[in-house]
Structure formats: structure tokens, C-alpha cells
Design a binder for this molecule. Structure first.
Ligand SMILES: [Zn+2]
Length: 354
């Protein structure tokens, strides 16, 4: 995997704090094309082969990661937090988190939890909410915390950055969801920019996906695509009691045929199935209880044909996650094959197959 995957997961950027990720995306997109489309929320896309009379294809990752923001300081000097994205409190107990000041100075801390000595014998049956956790940065009191640089509205991000497993086949990091999609967008632009494609391609990333698919709405309006391909990480259950449609590492890309907010377009699903079989690209069917940017994009203007090409990832929406390099290859090969196949005639056939 190219270094940009590592660069991107290591950057901080919960919803509404995508500035550093966007700066990186803009710099890299500019190496491949001058045609940049931005919405007013912060999403960014690079266009290649844009003079094409074929379909307009949009491929999107999202720049934000789950994280939090500072909402206050207790008189004891603990930091109050607001979750940005869906996170369970118990997953974040005793974790190493970092507050970033506006000029990206790091203030490290750990999420405070009561040791068992204090809770023994007490009933604790209500689930712990993330927003009830406090971050301990070692401040003596409120004034000390302020002196250390803490202010309301700063972003908070988990510590865990890029590291490979001992066998060299998997990579552990925070923010695979969805810097993976951001890096994939850059890789597609780099790979396809000098090819004679049958379509135009706008590849990039949205903002604020984790806060409710917000950037997808405005970015899709700005790009006005015929086809929208979301590339996003989805949780695998294979390390627990999973089944064949609940996500497995090393079984190929996720064919997300159903989630509550987007049912994959039948014509598109059958087209992808045919291509994957013909080109021997590994995939697994995947049913999700969540949603991706595809859910929002499909309802743009008079409707958009959408598909999510999913990347299997264990433990997302926690402080870290794990992906497999073979699945990365499958996602990349499927996207390249799919984009190369999307001429006007093929898209008409897909659309007719509702
Ligand atoms: Zn995501």
C-alpha cells in the first residue's frame, strides 16, 4: 500500500475538523488534475477525462473520522466531551486520546474511568454513554487545564496510528473509516489520469459523513453525477460470531446489497457481479444496519445510480481498526474494472434493469 494511506490515517479530523485531511487531499489531487470541484461544506473532488460525452462517475470516500470535541472543563480539571460520530462509551474507557489546539499542538490525555475498587458491589446496568466520559490530561484544576491550552470547541482524536501486524498482511490504525476511501480516490486519479476512459471520473472525499452523511448531499449536487460509488469501511464480525454476510477479513470487497438507507441498484449489482466473476475479483455479500454516503447521493436531483464498494474492517468506530491488504487489492481492482466499463450504452442497460 502506498505511503499516502499511512499519511492519511495519521492525520486528525473528526466531522467539521477536516482541514488537515483536506489540505493533504488538495495537494495530492493537484498533482493529477487542475479540475477541482468543491462544495461549500469542504468536500473536494478531482475530475479527469471531463470532456468525455460518456457518463459522469463520482467516487467518494469521506475525510472525517469518529472523534469528539471539547465542551467544557470541570472544576477538577477534567475535560468534558461531545461525541462526533456513533461511538459507545464502554469502548472508549481508559483510552489514550489527544486534544489538538488550533495550531495542532497536542495535549495528551486518557479517558477517565472509575477503578473497580470504587464500583465494587454497586449496580452498573445502565450503558455508559460516551458523552459521560471525561478526559484526564493531568490538569490540577480548571485554570490549569486552560493554561495548558484547552479551549471549548477543540477536536479530540484517539492516539492509535498506523502499524502493521507481525505477519505483514494486516494494518492496524485509527481512521481507516474512511481515510481508506480518501487514499483510494487519490490512487484512482493517479492510475487513470492518462487512460482513455469511456466516462468522466470525479474522485475525492466528502466531509461530515459520520455526522449524518452531510457532505454527500452537497458534494453530489455540485458534481451532478450519473453514477456514485461510495468507498467506505464497514465493520466485520468475523472475529466474533459472524456469518457469511456480516463481513470477513480477506474475503474480498463487500457487495453491500442492502442497508436500511440504500438498496444497491439491481442493474448495478448484477453488472458488478458479472465483472467481478469475469476478472476473478474476490467479493462477499454484505448486509448492513448502517448507511454510507451512497444513501444520501442516490436522492440527489432526479436520482443517481449508486453502489458502495465496501472495505472490510474490524473494530471501526472505536479507537482503532484492522484491515487486510488483500481486501485493499480487491477493492482497487473492482473500482478500476468498474470505472473502465462505464460507457453510455452500459449505463443505459444498467438503468433499464431496475
Ligand atoms: Zn465511514
Amino acid at each position: 500500500m502506498k505511503k499516502m494511506y499511512q499519511d492519511l490515517v495519521n492525520l486528525p479530523g473528526p466531522p467539521s475538523f477536516e482541514r488537515e485531511v483536506k489540505r493533504y487531499m488538495k495537494q495530492e489531487i493537484s498533482k493529477h488534475t487542475d479540475e477541482i470541484v468543491e462544495d461549500k461544506l469542504g468536500s473536494i473532488f478531482g475530475g479527469i477525462n471531463t470532456k468525455s460525452k460518456g457518463p459522469r462517475v463520482m467516487m467518494a470516500g469521506h475525510m472525517d473520522e469518529v472523534g469528539a470535541m471539547v465542551t467544557g472543563i470541570t472544576k477538577e480539571g477534567l475535560i468534558k466531551m461531545q461525541a462526533l460520530g456513533g461511538m459507545k462509551g464502554d469502548v472508549f474507557l481508559s483510552q489514550h486520546m489527544i486534544i489538538y489546539t488550533d495550531d495542532l499542538e497536542e495535549i495528551p490525555g486518557i479517558t477517565a474511568s472509575k477503578p473497580p475498587h470504587l464500583t465494587r458491589g454497586k449496580k452498573e446496568d445502565t450503558p455508559l454513554k460516551f458523552d459521560d466520559l471525561r478526559l484526564d490530561i493531568g490538569a490540577e484544576d480548571k485554570e490549569h487545564a486552560e493554561k495548558l491550552g484547552v479551549k471549548i470547541g477543540q477536536m479530540i482524536v484517539p492516539r492509535n496510528t498506523y502499524i502493521e501486524t507481525k505477519d505483514g498482511k494486516k494494518v492496524i490504525s485509527k481512521a481507516w473509516d474512511d481515510r481508506f476511501g480518501c487514499a483510494m480516490a487519490l490512487e484512482l486519479l493517479e492510475t487513470l489520469k492518462d487512460e482513455a476512459l469511456p466516462c468522466s471520473l470525479y474522485a475525492g472525499a466528502t466531509v461530515q459523513e459520520e455526522a449524518g452523511l452531510r457532505g454527500a448531499k452537497t458534494a453530489t449536487h455540485a458534481v451532478n453525477p450519473d453514477v456514485f460509488l461510495a468507498v467506505d469501511c464497514s465493520p466485520c464480525q468475523d472475529s466474533f460470531e459472524g456469518d457469511e454476510i456480516s463481513g470477513n477479513l480477506n474475503k474480498g470487497f463487500l457487495m453491500r446489497f442492502y442497508d436500511p438507507n440504500a438498496i444497491m441498484h439491481r442493474g448495478m449489482r448484477e453488472h458488478i457481479e458479472r465483472l467481478a466473476e469475469k476478472h476473478d475479483i474476490k467479493f462477499q455479500y454484505y448486509q448492513s444496519k448502517g448507511g454510507t454516503d451512497a444513501a444520501r447521493a442516490q436522492l440527489s436531483r432526479s436520482g443517481v445510480v449508486v453502489a458502495t464498494i465496501g472495505m472490510p474492517a474490524r473494530y471501526i468506530h472505536s479507537t482503532t481498526s484492522m484491515i487486510h491488504k488483500n481486501d485493499y487489492e480487491a477493492v482497487k481492482q473492482m473500482l478500476l474494472t468498474l470505472i473502465r466499463s462505464l460507457d453510455s450504452e452500459t449505463l443505459s442497460e444498467i438503468k433499464a434493469n431496475v
